[in-house]
Each structure stands twice: as structure tokens, then as C-alpha cells.
Design a protein around this ligand. Structure first.
Ligand code: CS2
Ligand code: MG
Length: 412
């Protein structure tokens, strides 16, 4: 069997997606997600100009060898663009292997360790009543775990807080539907960490008051605190028994988490912007985190993400794979197969794809009663409707960025 062609498909059904489609000489095809929010075309070019020419003629069955070839022969390793490109190839080859074996991917990864994957959804509000309504909406939709993000008094738009329907984004979709906003320039948001640190504990106190002690609650600090600020927030949130506090501080400096861990027992999740196992090594080896947040699309694919969770398992660290709308249905499918097959599964983030995206990416995975299942279709279980994809040309879009009151650029 030989790869005869590989196509890079860029489409924008409510948001931009980059997909690699590999075709083998017997006509079997495989899909891979290469979507890097706000930098999509960089990965598309990396694939088109540098990777696709190297794939044609290769044996699609040699997944690990192809991964090592793409990672090592590039000489320039790691980084979000490179690893998203390699991820797409890896996913597509696993898709082909599943179709050839006539098995869903999770069966090739060792079979199911559970009947479904518990998911968490994104509730948010500009006020407590709006937040409570959003939590109820998500519970009514089946979610049994809820991420809580809230507006901050004195600040305008902040990460994760849906614009109510009235002031929704250009497509009429909720703000938290996708943080990347179409346009030629990124939106600037004001940020004030002290105001945030004063407000968030009051919100979790109110949510626990309203919904009781059992509902698993998650919160995303979205990389905005210094280590000591993160330690403080983790500590004051302890009475509200969070499932996790995510990305509490930028973790390029992994040692920074030692200070956080020293001061709080609130479980910590990190890693959605990480691209290789090296980014996690100290965090896992020193038990500085409890969940790995890597996503298959940004971590180089199924093959390295499996190695990461196997390493994490030695330290009782569990998976919490990143699953916002900028992970395409192809990427979501791939990590659901992996999540079903691993023992140390923790929880799966799930922002449902839009109706337009689901029409372009017809997917076998399903969300029922708060749990996800990848389906039992051979391979990943996603078919790309290229005619439909052609209806949605790429549109420039950027993630917002943040500035402090004195104008300093801050982590968004
Ligand atoms: C977020 C993401 O879902 C999350 O946990 O951190 O929404 C993140 O902001 C986006 O994926 C950025 O593209
Ligand atoms: Mg996050």
C-alpha cells in the first residue's frame, strides 16, 4: 500500500479549520486535524509546501516511523505549527489503519476501558442570574460537570464569557462559542488580575450556594496569574471543592508550579498550549499537576499523546484533553478514541461543533446523557464533505489579546 496523494483542505463553517486528507493507492482515505486557532494558514503552508511532497509514495501503515521521520528530519523540532502539521499526518494514518483493519481506532489502541467519556461544558455569565441560567442550560443538555467563567466588575469582554444572544458575534453565535473573531486585527481586551482575584471566589461561593456541593465545577485561569496569585486563588477556592483550576499561570517555566502546589490542594490542570512531552516532564515527575490538558491536534497526534498519558499514568495524573471548537470534529474524534482506550482518563472538554461544522464534518461520535462515545465506525469515524467545505472559504480571524490598565500587554 502506498500514499498516492495528500490534500490540505481549509474551510470555515462558522470558524476556520485545516484538515489533511491522505489517499492511499487502493482508495482508502484518512483525515487529520491541523487547526491552529488564529494561525491556520501557517500550518496549511507547512503541510502543503513541506510535508505533502514527502508523504507521496510512503507506506501509510508505518505510522511511528513516519512520525519520527517528520519530527527528526525537519531538524527544527517542536512548536505549535510543526506539531499541528505532524498531528494531522498521524491522525490520518491511524484513520487509514482503522479502515484497513475494519476497526474503530479505540480497538487498535487496546479496546474500551469504559462505556463513555464524561464531558464538561462551558457555562458563563455577565451576572450571577445569567451564569445560573447558563449552568442550568448545560445541565439540561446533559452535562454532569460544568466549567464556570464569569465577567469581572469594571472590565469589558473577558475570556470565556458568552456575549448574550443580543450582542452575539458576527455569526450570531455566542462569544464563548469561539474566541477567535473574524477580522483583520485582534480585539484588545482590558485586564486586571486583582479585580479578578477579588471577584471569582464570590462567584464560586454563590454557585455552590445555588447548586450544592456535588456538581463538579471547573475554572480556567487562562494563563493570567503569577505563581503567587495562582497560589492565592487556589487556596481561597478550596472551600468550593473545584474539580480543577486550569492554566493558573503560564507554564513555560514549569518550576513555577512548585510555588502554587506549596500553597493549595485545589487540583491543577495544565497543557493545552503544550506541544511535546518535554513541556510536561517536570510537572508530571514532581506531581505538580493532576490533569494533562494537551489536545491531539497540538501535541503531534494520537501517537505522542498516548505516550504522554502512559507516562502520566505512572504518577496518577489523568487526562483532561482540550476540546473547544477550534479542535475540529476530526481532532475531537481522535482524542475520544484515545480517551476511551486509556485507563487514566479523567474528563473530556466538549464544546459541540456548530451545525455548519457538523454538516461539513459528518462525525460518528455522539454526546448522550453527559457522556461522549467515538462510535464504532472503522477508523476515526469522520467523513469530510468537500463540496460543503467549499461553500465556506477561509476568513481571517484572530484571538483577542489583553492589556493591563497601564497599557502593558498581558497573557490573554
Ligand atoms: C480554552 C480555549 O477551552 C479552553 O480551555 O483555553 O478556549 C482556548 O482559549 C482556545 O482554544 C484558544 O484557541
Ligand atoms: Mg483552557
Amino acid at each position: 500500500m502506498r500514499i498516492v496523494r495528500a490534500d490540505v483542505i481549509v474551510t470555515s463553517p462558522s470558524r476556520n479549520f485545516v484538515t489533511l486528507k491522505i489517499t492511499a493507492d487502493d482508495g482508502v482515505t484518512g483525515l487529520g486535524d491541523a487547526t491552529l486557532n488564529g494561525r491556520e494558514l501557517a500550518v496549511a503552508a507547512y503541510l502543503r509546501d513541506h510535508v505533502v511532497p514527502l508523504l507521496v509514495g510512503k507506506d501509510p501503515a508505518r505510522i511511528e516511523d513516519t512520525w519520527q521521520f517528520l519530527y527528526r528530519s525537519a531538524y527544527w523540532r517542536r512548536g505549535p505549527v510543526t506539531m499541528a502539521a505532524i498531528a494531522a499526518v498521524d491522525m490520518a494514518l491511524w484513520d487509514i489503519k482503522g479502515k484497513v483493519a475494519n476497526l474503530p481506532l479505540y480497538q487498535l489502541l487496546g479496546g474500551a476501558c469504559r462505556t463513555g467519556l464524561r464531558a464538561y461544558g462551558h457555562a458563563s455569565g455577565a451576572s450571577l442570574p445569567e451564569l445560573f441560567d447558563s449552568i442550568r442550560e448545560h445541565m439540561a443538555a446533559g452535562y454532569t460537570a460544568i466549567r464556570v467563567q464569569t465577567a469581572i466588575p469594571g472590565l469589558g469582554a473577558v475570556y470565556g464569557v458568552a456575549a448574550s444572544a443580543a450582542s452575539a458575534g458576527a455569526g450570531g453565535e455566542r462569544y464563548d462559542y469561539d474566541p477567535a473573531q473574524r477580522g483583520a486585527q485582534p480585539a484588545e481586551e482590558a485586564w486586571d488580575t486583582s479585580a479578578y482575584l477579588r471577584h471569582v471566589p464570590t462567584v464560586f461561593e454563590a454557585v455552590r450556594g445555588e447548586f450544592g456541593p456535588e456538581l463538579p465545577l471547573l475554572h480556567d485561569g487562562h494563563h493570567r496569574m503569577t505563581p503567587i496569585q495562582a497560589a492565592r486563588l487556589g487556596k481561597v477556592l478550596e472551600p468550593y471543592d473545584l474539580f480543577w483550576l486550569e492554566d493558573c499561570t503560564p507554564a513555560e517555566n514549569q518550576e513555577a508550579l512548585r510555588l502554587v502546589r506549596q500553597h493549595t490542594i485545589t487540583p491543577l490542570a495544565i497543557g493545552e498550549v503544550f506541544n511535546t512531552i518535554w513541556d510536561f516532564q517536570t510537572l508530571i515527575r514532581e506531581q505538580l499537576i493532576d490533569y494533562v490538558r494537551a489536545a491531539v491536534t497540538h501535541f503531534g497526534g494520537v501517537s505522542p499523546l498516548k505516550k504522554l498519558v502512559d507516562y502520566a499514568a505512572q504518577y496518577q495524573v489523568r487526562s483532561g484533553f482540550h476540546g473547544p471548537t477550534d479542535i475540529s470534529p476530526v481532532g475531537m474524534a481522535a482524542q475520544l478514541h484515545l480517551g476511551l482506550a486509556i485507563h487514566n482518563f479523567g474528563i473530556q472538554e466538549y464544546m459541540p461543533p456548530s451545525a455548519a461544522a457538523s454538516a461539513v464534518f459528518r462525525h460518528a461520535f455522539a454526546f448522550v446523557g453527559g457522556y461522549l462515545h467515538p462510535g464504532d465506525v472503522p477508523g476515526l469515524g469522520v467523513e469530510l464533505d468537500e463540496a460543503a467545505a467549499g461553500q465556506y472559504p477561509y476568513q481571517q480571524a484572530y484571538l483577542p489579546y489583553a492589556r493591563l490598565r497601564d497599557g502593558t500587554v498581558h497573557d490573554w
